[in-house]
Ligand binder design. Structure first.
Ligand code: GTR
Length: 368
């Protein structure tokens, strides 16, 4: 619990965030039961309706698997798993890549949303992740539906009607829908420890990973790397040089539902802020990663969202963010609690350094 006079409490006070625990009727919610039955569904709904758009209906895909030749020096098996979705006579197939240590049984897994289909990839150091005992299940987001305003292709093409209603599904929600279908599939694989499957992504896909973990309670941990504006970062109290909602809505309007655009210029009237998205991961674990030169992602506000959300973990009798009472500086890594944060050296990138921090944090978590 933050002391009122603490530096971080004062930072949060300035931002006048919507209270996570005030119910619709004005009452203060104080129990996990009411959080789960009332507030968690409330925040999920608010966040979808006002930011990312509604959830496409569930469709059970047909699965096909194929083993690839490259085996990472005999240490890993690499399968391509194809998901074919059929809706109203239309079909779309999404290829995904499943890699796990040879002989794996019940190992922790990362569902990884990536910019490219490559294995390995500059954002995905496959061999190192395997050497750390994890499995990987990755997808290229453009194979789900393209990263542009075209809603006629991929999964968007299966689910969209012509008019984009105010709460129409944005591209981030489509990508995260796919991550949940990958989670469905991992439930059928003995290689995966079903209680230790996380979701990770960088930047726009860090936003996607966080949304996925917030909505889908089967994910035990979330690694949201440099996700920034409309991801982990608080919108209220944006720091100088941080990405504004106005810019993200102008440059990437299709990531969100149309309603989100109506908050441009009146961000303080949004009925939520991004601490609510982080809070939805409770009581599971969430690790927020930042890089010192990535000012655009607004590191202070990524960290503060984790601090503000921590009260929900405390309600569960767990620890949220464990950090000193100050804003982060380069080199800080705070992963002792169930809400973690690190601020590494360098630029906007999903680096090996980030992966090592996340893997260490998850190993610590799984030992608890
Ligand atoms: C930026 C965008 C950020 C971030 C990034 C990315 O241009 O403004 O919010 O998501 O793209 O995804 O690479």
């Amino acid at each position: 619990m933050l002391d009122k006079n603490a530096v971080l409490a004062k930072e949060l006070e300035k931002r006048k965030l919507p209270d996570l625990l005030t119910a619709q009727n004005g009452e203060k919610v104080t129990t996990v039961e009411r959080w789960e039955s009332e507030m968690r569904p409330y925040w999920k709904n608010i966040i979808l309706e006002h930011c990312y758009g509604k959830t496409p209906v569930y469709v059970q895909p047909k699965i096909q698997t194929k083993i690839n030749e490259i085996d990472f020096a005999g240490k890993a098996v690499w399968e391509t798993v194809s998901f074919t979705f059929a809706v109203n006579g239309k079909e779309h197939t999404v290829p995904t890549q499943l890699i796990y240590p040879v002989g794996a049984k019940n190992v922790p897994f990362f569902v990884y949303l990536n910019f490219r289909p490559d294995i390995p990839d500059r954002y995905l150091p496959v061999e190192e992740i395997i050497d750390n005992g994890f499995g990987i299940f990755s997808v290229c987001y453009n194979d789900v539906t393209t990263d542009n305003g075209d809603f006629t292709n991929g999964l968007a093409g299966l689910f969209e009607d012509e008019t984009r209603a105010p709460n129409a599904t944005g591209k981030i929600r489509y990508w995260s829908y796919m991550a949940s279908r990958m989670m469905d599939y991992l439930q059928t694989r003995e290689e995966a420890d079903k209680s230790a499957i996380g979701v990770a992504g960088h930047s726009r896909l860090g936003k996607t990973a966080l949304l996925t973990g917030a909505l889908d309670e089967r994910f035990a941990f979330v690694c949201t790397n440099d996700s920034g504006c409309s991801g982990a970062a608080l919108t209220r109290g944006r720091c100088e040089g941080g990405e504004p909602v106005e810019v993200i809505c102008r440059v990437f309007p299709y990531w969100f539902c149309p309603t989100y655009h109506t908050y441009v210029g009146r961000e303080d009237e949004m009925p939520f802020d991004h601490h609510a998205l982080v809070a939805l991961v409770a009581p599971r674990a969430v690790y927020i990663g930042g890089a010192i030169e990535d000012v655009w992602a607004d590191n202070d506000n990524q960290f503060l969202a984790g601090v503000a959300a921590s009260e929900i973990w405390e309600m569960y009798g767990k620890v949220g963010m464990v950090s000193p009472d100050r804003l982060p500086v380069e080199g800080d890594t705070w992963t002792d609690g169930n809400v973690g944060f690190h601020l590494r050296k360098g630029k906007h990138y999903h680096s090996r350094t980030d992966w090592l921090i996340y893997m260490d944090a998850v190993k610590k978590l799984l030992k608890k």
